[in-house]
Unconditional design. Structure first.
Length: 254
């Protein structure tokens, strides 16, 4: 992989795991700074975290309703980790753990297992009825087999799409930054100095684009997680309520 991070050679400690530890350490320090002196008018770390928390929790409330607070820890943890995991790759010498497929697969599996467990917790074994389709009579047995196949493929596609989407976008950002870093070094050689302005101009643009992509991908992953949890926990009589039906309409049905 082309990247500008330092080749960290720590026995029994893979570089993506090291970057993950650095990300969580940074999040912990930021949280301590925000909680150290809480002000009525937030500023600095407190202001930043309050914006993040309010945005994520409002999205969860609008999609899930009054029970959304049960799932705040997952949503906030996913968003903050992915956001800072994406952004850390913009720091020279470091790399994004989310640019590693094993890392994004782990995140996707956590979400996949979590929302299915919550679906069973909220609806009991009746949660599994949605795999059978809308008709569960004996004469619809062939259709139920077809629905089981389709629903299983759809469920398995969710963690795959979550993992690959995040990995692909962040990996591309890492590669572009690595290439531009190599070009900056290469063009310092005699006879190539006239080419140096190109990577020096492109690099800040790629950093700005990488920052935007990091934020968008953290938001997309979190929004999809909220939607999956909302769908799993809001099924009634075997029918799934989509995220758009929550709120006043969902309450009217309830």
């Amino acid at each position: 992989m082309i990247e500008e991070s330092i080749a960290w050679h720590i026995p029994y400690l893979a570089t993506p795991f090291l970057m993950t530890l650095i990300v969580w350490f940074f999040i912990g320090v930021l949280s301590l700074l925000a909680a150290r002196r809480i002000k009525f008018l937030p500023e600095g770390a407190q202001g930043f975290l309050e914006v993040v928390f309010e945005t994520v929790t409002e999205l969860a409330d609008s999609a899930i309703g009054k029970e959304a607070h049960r799932y705040y820890p997952l949503f906030l943890g996913v968003f903050t980790y992915i956001l800072f995991g994406n952004l850390i790759g913009l720091v020279p010498g470091l790399s994004s753990p989310t640019a590693t497929l094993s890392n994004t697969i782990g995140l996707a599996l956590i979400v996949f297992i979590y929302y299915n467990v919550q679906g069973v917790r909220a609806n009991g074994l009746g949660y599994l009825k949605h795999f059978l389709g809308p008709i569960t009579k004996w004469y619809a047995f062939p259709l139920m087999i077809l629905f089981i196949f389709i629903e299983t493929i759809g469920q398995l596609a969710r963690p795959v799409s979550l993992a690959i989407r995040l990995f692909g976008n962040i990996f591309a950002k890492e590669v572009l930054l690595g290439i531009l870093g190599m070009l900056c070094v290469a063009f310092f050689e005699p006879g190539k100095m006239f080419l140096l302005p190109a990577p020096l101009i492109l690099r800040p643009l790629i950093i700005a684009l990488g920052t935007l992509v990091s934020l968008i991908q953290a938001g997309v992953f979190t929004i999809l997680t909220i939607i999956y949890v909302a769908g799993a926990t809001a099924r009634h009589e075997g029918h799934e309520v989509s995220g758009e039906e929550h709120g006043p309409k969902a309450k009217a049905h309830a």
